[in-house]
Write a protein that binds this ligand. Sequence first.
Ligand SMILES: C[S@@+](CC[C@H](N)C(=O)[O-])C[C@H]1O[C@@H](n2cnc3c(N)ncnc32)[C@H](O)[C@@H]1O
Length: 258
Amino acid sequence: MQEFINTIIHGDCIEEMKKISDNSVDLIFADPPYYLQLPKGKRLKRADGSEIIPVDAEWDQFESYEDYDNFTKSWIKECQRILKPTGTFWVIGMYHNIFRVGKIMQDLGFWFLNDVIWVKTDALPNLNGRRFTNNHETIIWSVKDKNSKGYTFNYEFLKKLNGGKQMKDTDWIFGLCRGQERLKDENGIKAHPTQKPLKLIQQILLTASNKGDLILDPFLGSGTTAVVAKALGRNWIGIEKEKKYVDLANDRVKNYGK
Ligand SMILES: C[S@@+](CC[C@H](N)C(=O)[O-])C[C@H]1O[C@@H](n2cnc3c(N)ncnc32)[C@H](O)[C@@H]1O
């Protein structure tokens, strides 16, 4: 498994994680498909006329909730096997999927530490005025079972970062990934539909890992977790099934900080 360290594996994470040893990873951050069920090809516009590009990619499509749940259970079981007893597992999702993910995790024996709410300062407005704007995502922070002890929580370091005040809140307030940080293709279109902000992943790694720890992201996408891990001196493994995103993430990791 040494050959996977600080590399991106191109493949299906359920299969690829089977090559990773039991109890070997310090922290897993997973940003899986949300199964948003958006109608394919439907385009919405913002008040200024600009187009909202929905996440209707192939990788977010499932036959049914049962199909989604089977997929979810399979990849989470692998995460549980490879996570160290002292490691922590972070999964992000929205109301579309996070309750299903949470139930599956609890059924598998994971023990929840917190649900962190990423409050988006610039969430897309609710355009039809028939419900509230969905301005947050939920991140479940957990250990692999109830008896897991000795996980990392960098309490003193976070307090220092917070100007000497205890960092105690589970609502983390960050903007969406925009501007310079957002990767674009040659036509100026988002290179990945769901690129997460560096700050969000940085907060997770600073909270629950130390230099030299091994971080895994089974749904690496544009490579955000790899870039943050590299910048913070953590080791990492990324898995991504779409070749175009593997290439994008490899370039991003190589060029980060240059
Ligand atoms: C929500 S995105 C992750 C975005 C990432 N956090 C970022 O900042 O760019 C999910 C990614 O998982 C990939 N994916 C979906 N199913 C997968 C699977 N079974 N194995 C590996 N990757 C998968 C998709 O191609 C997509 O890039």
